[in-house]
Design a protein around this ligand. Structure first.
Ligand code: UDX
Length: 430
């Protein structure tokens, strides 16, 4: 089918590339001319495993193109996907101005029947607003249908998540757009969850908030484990074997971050408030997450006694492994807190250093090799769960540190082994 994706961020670009890969004709639109030019010239605005190859291949075979013109995208396509950002406003509610702008642009360019699909994470009832807006601004009075098709991809695994989805949620009102959506997703062989539009929109916020709740739950358990002399990983393993609970998203950490969970939680609390429900449970999820970071910083401060003028090595800047994304990254927040306490930082990340540079000010040295970070440091901190950190040369790190202290915010090492190696090793909930 002929598809346009408006918005070429993480979701839009990966979705466009995967749709092209399964045989659809795709044009990805973005109003950032520099980004479109970069993509047209074979460059990549983001790091995402497997994406570059997929884009190159499908641009090469003529199934994937880039444009700055929404009108061109709409005219060339039967189905138009909206994948623009929905950032938070200062009160936690969602800024829907990009969605509204795109709905108006689509309306202005429509001269024949189109299916307009929302992929961005939006508050329940946004589909109705999009439909109203298109109706209001479409001078040609073209027919259209609105669909909700939320995206569940995880950064770092986005291509795989999209090519092999565990479910595809389609919120529709009538058979015509449903038939088109079924055709688009047929090559993916995924279970389809077909609902009304409001329910589809809610599934996204309810899912992300539940996953955040799972992490805060295990982080709360980690506090009890530390106080009571238990091991949170053992507890998570035991809980996770119950199929009703599951082991995923039970990894205690210095807190969750990223461009989705913090924003979606605030948005969902606000959405609930707007329909008259005080979602106290989710407020607690946020509070536990904030406390987890403060507790980790306190652990560092208590151990070092005085943080001011201490040199601390930080491994990891991305909000999680396999991504260069530093938006709302707990690692960056940690760096800010340590800088505020007067620490001097030596930092390393395999992919996110460049993006982190713009966020971290002076007093921060970027190191090119993870095994060199510990040189001259008073302590080493692991802030992101990059797999390669498990291969850190611990012997070298122990010798390089003025005192062998390692704070592990991601529980990558075995405490007993670290002790044997001569480290003062402090992790989460163990
Ligand atoms: C999330 C959802 O997983 C995805 O379905 C949705 O489409 C977008 O939001 P993403 O933000 O890419 O995806 O990252 P995710 O893998 O969910 O991790 C989010 C944060 O939670 C990271 O900071 C990660 O390190 C942290 N995390 C995750 C934990 O601290 N413990 C865990 O057990 C899992």
């Amino acid at each position: 089918m002929k598809l346009a994706i408006i918005g070429t961020g993480y979701v839009g670009l990966v979705t466009g590339a995967c749709f092209a890969e399964v045989g659809h004709q795709v044009v990805c639109v973005d109003n950032d001319a520099a980004k479109v030019k970069l993509l047209q010239d074979g460059g990549m605005p983001i790091y995402e495993p497997g994406l570059e190859e997929l884009v190159r291949k499908n641009v090469g075979n003529g199934r994937l193109a880039f444009s700055t013109s929404t009108a061109e995208g709409v005219q060339r396509s039967d189905v138009v996907f909206i994948a623009v950002p929905t950032p938070p406003l200062s009160d936690g509610a969602v800024d829907l101005s990009f969605i509204e702008r795109v709905a108006r642009d689509i309306a202005a360019s429509m001269t024949s029947y189109k299916i307009v699909v929302d992929k961005s994470t939006v508050p329940v009832q946004t589909g109705d607003k999009v439909a109203e807006t298109i109706k209001r601004y479409c001078k040609a009075r073209a027919e259209f249908d609105v669909v909700s098709n939320p995206e569940f991809l995880r950064e770092g695994f986005a291509v795989d998540d999209l090519m092999h989805p565990d479910r595809v949620v389609i919120g529709v009102r009538s058979p015509r757009p449903l038939a088109a959506m079924k055709e688009i997703y047929a090559p993916f062989n995924a279970p389809l969850i077909i609902t009304d539009i409001n329910s589809a929109e809610l599934i996204k916020h309810a899912s992300n908030s539940f996953l955040a709740l799972k992490i805060s739950y295990i982080n709360a358990i980690s506090v009890i484990c530390e106080a009571a002399g238990a091991n949170v990983q053992e507890v998570a393993n035991g809980m996770g074997r119950d199929a009703r609970i599951g082991r995923q998203f039970l990894d205690a950490s210095l807190g969750f971050g990223g461009s989705c969970f913090p924003k979606d939680l605030s948005a969902f609390i606000k959405i609930a408030e707007q329909v008259g429900y005080d979602f106290g449970l989710l407020k607690q999820v946020q509070k536990i997450n904030e406390e987890q970071m403060s507790r980790f910083v306190k652990k560092i401060a208590d151990t070092l006694w005085v943080v001011k003028d201490k040199t601390i090595g930080v491994l990891g800047l991305a909000f999680k492994q396999n991504t260069d994304d530093v938006r709302m990254s707990p690692a960056i927040e940690l760096c800010h807190r340590l800088r505020k306490e007067g620490a001097i930082l030596r930092v390393y990340d395999p992919k996110a250093a460049e993006k982190a540079r713009a966020l971290l000010g002076d007093g921060v040295t970027f190191v090119e090799d993870m095994d060199e970070v510990a040189e001259g440091c008073d302590a080493l901190v692991i802030a992101t769960e990059w797999e390669q950190f498990k291969k850190l040369d611990l012997e070298r790190a122990r010798k390089a540190l003025t005192h062998p202290i390692l704070f592990d915010g991601r529980n990558l090492f075995d405490p007993a082994q670290m002790e044997r190696l001569g480290f003062i090793y402090k992790s989460i909930g163990r």
